[in-house]
Design a protein around this ligand. Structure first.
Ligand code: B12
Length: 139
């Protein structure tokens, strides 16, 4: 009886221990590497490329969060759309807006084909070695 109580407390402590990385943050689970290229078709500012990864069938948003945590040069914000989920609002301080009719377009380059994503950052699941393109664009 005593042993069981001790075990439960020990397990609880392990789970709550500060600094213990969540499963999705442990490098050994981050099995799908991919890159993110930031481009700007409005100003033609130079492209920037970053590397990140997701756990098995993890979503793009999580890979972007991981990158933001580990690389000070990459920043992004998003808003929550009630119908479609996370909407990418800004990248590295540059915000899309309705007045200028600009937005961050999501593309993926797989092998030699570039495809426009048909879902947002909260639903897309990157595959190994995908190149995700975040392209600032006018509509
Ligand atoms: C217009 C439109 C846009 C415009 C919206 C700008 C504006 N201020 O009008 C622009 C060009 C910016 C856009 C962008 C994208 N869109 Co769009 N868009 C539409 C469209 C044709 C109409 C939406 C609309 O006006 N509804 C009427 C208004 C009154 O309702 P609303 O809820 O206020 O509409 C808002 C949302 O729809 C939001 N929105 C638009 N697209 C997207 C996409 C995502 C992922 C989110 C979270 C929100 C969102 O913007 C609208 C205005 O604020 C729909 C298709 C359709 N016929 O519904 C696709 C649609 C919503 N878009 C879609 C997609 C995939 C995208 C992109 C991811 C495309 C891409 N690869 O870049 C990007 C978003 C990228 C990002 N930054 O996160 C998909 C969403 C599917 C899904 N389940 O995720 C749809 C359904 C089209 C499709 N392919 O089937 N889009």
């Amino acid at each position: 009886m005593m042993n069981r109580a001790f075990l439960s407390v020990a397990l609880l402590l392990l789970v709550l221990l500060p600094g213990a990385p969540a499963r999705e943050d442990s490098p050994e689970y981050c099995v799908t590497p991919f890159s993110i290229l930031v481009s700007n078709s409005v100003t033609n500012a130079p492209n920037k490329t970053y590397s990140t990864c997701v756990v098995y069938r993890g979503i793009l948003l999580k890979g972007m969060r991981r990158l933001q945590k580990t690389n000070k040069g990459f920043r992004f914000t998003y808003t929550e759309d009630p119908t479609y989920g996370p909407y990418l609002q800004s990248v590295n301080g540059l915000k899309g807006n309705t007045k200028d009719r600009t937005y961050w377009e999501l593309l993926v380059k797989q092998a030699n084909e570039t495809i426009r994503l048909n879902v947002g950052i909260g639903a897309f699941i990157p595959s190994e070695n995908d190149q995700i393109i975040l392209n600032f664009k006018e509509y």
